[in-house]
Design a protein around this ligand. Sequence first.
Ligand code: SF4
Length: 193
Amino acid sequence: MAGVKTWLDSWPVYRQLTGADPFGRGSAARSKATDATVSRTATADKVVKSVCPYCAVGCAQNVYVKDEKIVQIEGDPNSPINRGRLCPKGSASKQLVTSPSRVTTVRYRRPYGTEWEDLDLDTAMEMIADRVLAAREKGWQVEDGPADNRRRVNRTMGIASLGGATLDNEENYLMKKLYSALGAIQIENQARI
Ligand code: SF4
């Protein structure tokens, strides 16, 4: 008889008709698999605070880490900006760091090249620095204005900066400092708010 009772208890309609959940919205509708499921947020070793990198709203995130690997990213309920919510893009941001298709090396296609090459980071940084310095020098202006009214400007027109909407306050501050120090005057951001 106990076997029959166990079998009946595995049947949601039976549980709904005989149990404490007559509308079938709770325990009557739950399967054993659901009961055995443990969320990744419950088994994480630690939670790291972060900010969604995708847009200028800047939703706060809780990044759940287990064995030094990201296992889940959710909205931070303590943030006054998103109060625990993330849009579909932000909800998928775990894939940004864990997806096997993520590019983790510097990719370079040289002039007239037909294939992409991998570069080590130090080489790529040296190449970028060389190009920045060359463009700065090539576009350097000491003076500007009509011949009878020259003004000292000491600036470069060879470099411009267009920031992305995901840049935060601190990053924009540093970029403005860097480009102004290089003598650039065309420094812009793409913030949406
Ligand atoms: S979760 Fe969505 S709205 Fe929030 S910062 Fe990310 S992309 Fe923007």
